[in-house]
Ligand binder design. Structure first.
Ligand code: ATP
Ligand code: MG
Length: 570
């Protein structure tokens, strides 16, 4: 079964302030109806569920307006970036079901492809007296930046002439100066109440190897400078970003306005619009902290099924459709908030309920012996592939003398209201027969090792005789003779705290030591034919996936994606 490319529904799109802003622009003919967004990851880590929100928003909005969303790598920090990360980002966005191709043209871009232009624009700012080379030390710059109550003090180098600045900047590029000797700063307003406007640094010297441009450059642009210009170069109309950039918007506008005045860009200029970032309970959405989980081996890797990375969610078994559904449900807003992990899980259930075939799994096996059933007897039984879709056919498996049942479905001393197996009680073995418990075996430690029953030959499910019996309990089973023995990984939340890094807590202290349990289960025989990334509902237990990497043909191993019911906050 494959549901990686779940059909998108045509459900009406909920309006939000971003769509309202676009509608307003369209009414005013600001962009002649054109909508171009971009998703701008820095290739310095794997994407996580928070990025999924940004991806769904940017690609989703563009699609709704028949526009296009660019995939742009914001790769201006040579030290931390790599092709491995860039490749993983491409794979994640594609897996989520989005494309940056339109009318045969790819819209994948790299800020590093704009280095020459970015440099050229910096020279233009210098020539126009809007940028200068500052030679203060980092510490001096920090001190002279002022405080919330005190204006910054101008650098002693602030009034260098354009010619002097140009000469120094060119020599910075030529590698004549050590790191930290000089920076290029925008000349804006050292008294601005907004720190971002107090002559922000726009270029710094770094003798670092870049994963794409190699050693070509030793001056690198800062994010705030490179980002808005990249948007303008690509003709982005609406630049959607998270709220922490709200205070950077005046700088975004300032840089583009300067270059428009210089005749480098035509108006209208791209508009930055901020939305709240996504926080999910029991998850971490900081790349730095996720990297720490990986490098310190608290998890098995970026794609550990407990990781909130997109590769982790994929490996866990989440479908692209469930993640898109989740992003639709949480919507976009201007206020930061925490979304319950249960909302993501429910999206998976809702996405898979219709799609996933059903099967039986016994996760904690206990032997059930039907003493009055012939030793070599086999009675064929069937069950629907999907209870609401008879057209999808049925599964077949035999009923035999020895079966596996769940250990918790037998109780020597049944509490009140327990309707499953105990001596003297009758239950239905689902899709099979009614059995009556006659006794059980114990080992020397007092553990129950087998349960004994007699079956009623005329009670088979789907036959007339089935109606002659009234029982209160139904349990599932697999034949010990034909069961497929499989490894099943039962994952739980990675953290014990809903907000693992809240209030400055060291998130490592909130790690749940029992977040992974591996069991040897018995599955109905058909499960052996499942392929990597096939998903299934094991009745009563939840949704499972055949692990993407550890499953071999004919020998799948399974991850539990989610249980059938929300058990968070147990
Ligand atoms: P950093 O910049 O610290 O490396 P980042 O998470 O912001 O980390 P980026 O690669 O810059 O990583 O993110 C790409 C895009 O995804 C940005 O536009 C960013 O605003 C958005 N984004 C990142 N985290 C979230 C989140 N939790 N919710 C929504 N959008 C997010
Ligand atoms: Mg960022």
């Amino acid at each position: 079964m494959s549901n990686d490319r779940t059909e998108r529904t045509d459900a009406p799109v909920a309006s939000n302030f971003i769509r309202n802003a676009i509608d307003e622009d369209n009414r005013n003919r600001k962009w002649a109806g054109r909508v171009e967004t971009r998703f701008p990851p820095e290739p310095n880590g794997y994407l996580h569920v928070g990025h999924a929100k940004s991806i769904c928003l940017n690609f989703g909005v563009a699609a709704d307006y028949d526009g296009i969303c660019h995939l742009r790598f914001d790769d201006t920090n040579p030290e931390k970036e790599s092709m491995e990360y860039a490749d993983s980002i491409v794979e994640a966005v594609e897996w989520l079901g989005y494309s940056w191709d339109k009318a045969g043209k790819s819209h994948m871009y790299f800020a590093s492809d704009y280095y020459e232009q970015l440099y050229h624009f910096a020279e233009i700012l210098i020539e126009r007296g809007k940028a200068y080379v500052d030679s203060q030390s980092a510490e001096e710059m920090r001190v002279n930046r002022g405080s919330a109550t005190e204006a910054g003090r101008p650098s002693p180098f602030r009034d260098r002439t354009p010619a002097e600045n140009l000469d120094l900047f060119r020599r910075m590029r030529a590698g004549e100066f050590a790191e930290g000797a000089h920076v290029l700063r925008a000349k804006i307003d050292m008294a601005s109440p907004n720190f971002n406007m107090r002559d922000p640094v726009i270029y710094r010297i770094r003798f670092a190897h870049h994963y794409r441009t190699g050693d070509t450059w030793c001056v690198y642009p800062m994010y705030d400078y490179a980002h808005c210009i990249s948007d303008a170069i690509e003709g982005i109309t609406h630049s959607l970003c998270t709220l922490e950039f709200e205070d950077h918007r005046p700088l975004y506008d300032w840089v583009l306005d300067q270059l428009a005045q210089a005749g480098e860009f035509k108006r209208p200029l791209p508009q930055q619009i901020e939305f709240a970032r996504l926080n999910v309970t029991y998850a971490i959405t900081s790349k730095r902290k996720l990297l720490q989980l990986v490098t310190e081996k608290h998890v098995a890797g970026w794609d550990d099924p407990r990781m909130p990375t997109i590769v982790g969610l994929r490996r866990r078994g989440f479908t692209p459709g469930s993640i898109r559904l989740f992003c639709d449900r949480i919507g976009v807003s201007k206020a930061d908030s925490w979304i319950d992990m249960g909302v993501l899980e429910q999206s998976l259930r809702d996405d898979l309920d219709e799609a996933a075939p059903r099967a039986i799994a016994v996760l904690d096996p206990l032997k059930l012996v039907i003493d009055n059933f012939p030793e070599d007897g086999e009675e064929p039984c069937t069950a629907p592939v999907h209870p609401h879709h008879p057209e999808r056919g049925s599964r077949a498996f035999p009923f035999t003398r020895e079966l596996w049942i769940e250990r918790e479905d037998f109780n020597e001393h049944p509490p009140k209201g327990y309707f499953r197996l105990f001596p003297g009680n009758k239950v239905r073995l689902k899709y099979g027969f009614i059995v009556e418990c006659t006794g059980f075996d114990k080992d020397e430690q007092g553990n129950v090792t087998a349960v004994h029953c007699n079956y009623f030959a005329d009670s088979k499910s789907g036959t007339e005789g089935a109606n002659n019996y009234k029982v209160k309990g139904t349990i599932h089973w697999v034949s010990a003779k034909t069961a497929y023995p499989a490894e099943v990984r039962l994952y739980d939340r990675l953290f014990n705290e809903p907000q693992p890094d809240a209030g400055g807590r060291d998130f490592l202290t909130a790690i749940n030591p029992n977040s992974k349990r591996v069991v040897q289960a018995y599955l109905e025989p058909g499960a052996a034919a499942m392929n990597a990334e096939d998903r299934v509902q094991f009745e009563r237990h939840g949704y499972f996936v055949a692990d993407r990497y550890d499953s071999q043909p004919g020998k799948p191993v399974f991850n539990r994606i989610v249980s059938l019911k929300d058990s968070w906050g147990r």
